[in-house]
Design a protein around this ligand. Structure first.
Ligand code: GMT
Length: 373
């Protein structure tokens, strides 16, 4: 098939899922056109059958800002006309699904179908804002197909927007081979020269991730056992988090690594992954940690319970319960046998339930349903 994938190019989960889906589909012989405002970071190396198209949106003195939405729609129409696109797969409703709808109307042929994948904050945060919600609801209702990355997100979409149409749940996925390709690239000793425990967190440092909680959990852990913290990512909360860590005299034990294209090398240095988010429709980083055999301590919210099995592959606690999260981290680090069980179960669940080889065919099947309808 000839598939257009619209996504964000940045270090966010939706861009990672879209890029990995593109790679998996291209390996199966489909022709993939990636449409975004920059090449997605996971697609900066060459992949056969993947073509990258950057959207241009002209500035004009009358405009408050160039219209990315219109530039995206125009690019999609061009691809439909000149490259025979059969499907536009919009990752993240806003504005991608709206631009896909517009492109379909302009192209005006039954041949072009649209599929929207809802990822999380496009429904729970920004999409629910009164300034966008009517457009998001319309775009979801008008898509030929809609998927959500968790049952939680599907239900939340139905409640939040009163959607009645079918929404298929297709969970996010991992490549079970990725860990082996990234083993041994990170020196544990460089971060923890005296055998300290290593805790890790990775996110876009937005308020929804509660990175300050990560630092406070770490402070409690470090007060009881020697430990280091790896903080991966960047975003609006980073200055606040840096100040907090310095103010708590954690400076030398907290490593701010900034944005990293590959998390796997770092997972191999980590003993535990922390994800205490306020909201998480799925928690792709938790799944990626599990794929590398890293147990997860996370908030019991959103779709995280569909990924992390409490007591088996990690532990879930109420949002903000930093005392319980820290106690559990210390307990796990003090019990080698229990940690080993968690490590094995985390990897097993990632591979058994979220292998790309099982999930990508679900998208292919959906594309086929749409193309033949
Ligand atoms: O975490 C973010 O805010 C980024 C966002 C994105 O679209 O990149 O992540 C959302 O989509 C991911 C991929 O499906 C999910 O794993 C994340 O849980 C989800 N984030 C939230 O719901 C906060």
């Amino acid at each position: 098939m000839n598939i257009g994938i619209v996504c964000y190019p940045t270090h966010g989960g939706s861009g990672v899922v879209a890029s990995e889906l593109a790679i998996g589909l291209a390996q199966k012989g489909h022709v993939i056109h990636i449409v975004s405002y920059a090449p997605p970071f996971r697609l900066r190396t060459f992949h056969q059958n993947i073509f990258i198209h950057e959207v241009e949106a002209a500035a004009y003195p009358l405009f408050k800002a160039p219209s990315y939405e219109l530039g995206l729609a125009a690019k999609l129409v061009e691809l439909a006309e000149h490259h025979g696109l059969e499907i536009i797969h919009a990752h993240y409703a806003l504005p991608h699904a709206a631009s896909a709808y517009l492109a379909k109307q302009i192209f005006n042929s039954g041949r072009l179908k649209t599929l929207t994948t809802l990822h999380g904050t496009d429904i729970t945060l920004v999409g629910a804002d009164p300034s966008y919600r009517r457009v998001v609801k319309f775009a979801i209702e008008q898509s030929d197909g809609v998927t959500a990355v968790s049952t939680y997100l599907k239900n939340r979409t139905v409640e939040e927007f009163g959607i009645r149409r079918e929404i298929r749940v297709i969970p996010n996925f991992i490549d079970p081979g990725r860990p082996d390709r990234n083993r041994g690239q990170c020196s544990r000793e460089a971060f923890a020269p005296h055998g300290e425990a290593i805790l890790m967190h990775a996110s876009n440092f937005r308020p929804v991730k509660r990175v300050a909680d990560v630092v406070r959990i770490f402070a409690r852990v470090r007060a009881r056992i020697p430990a280091k913290l790896l903080l991966v990512g960047d975003g609006p909360d980073r200055p606040m988090v840096e100040e907090l860590a310095a103010g708590m005299n954690l400076g030398a034990d907290v490593h701010f690594l900034g944005e990293q294209d590959q998390l796997e090398p770092l997972f191999f240095c980590a003993d535990l992954f922390l994800l205490p988010s306020e909201q998480e429709s799925f928690g792709l980083t938790a799944l990626e940690a599990m794929n590398c055999g890293v147990p997860v301590i996370a908030a019991d919210v959103g779709g995280l319970p569909e990924v992390v099995v409490h007591g088996e592959t990690g532990f879930l606690f109420p949002v903000g319960d930093i005392a319980a999260m820290a106690d559990k981290a210390v307990e796990i680090m003090g019990d080698a046998a229990a940690r080993e069980r968690l490590v094995a179960q985390a990897r097993l669940r990632a591979v058994q339930c979220f292998d790309a080889a099982q999930i990508i065919p679900q998208y292919e099947a959906f594309y086929r349903d749409l193309v033949s309808s």
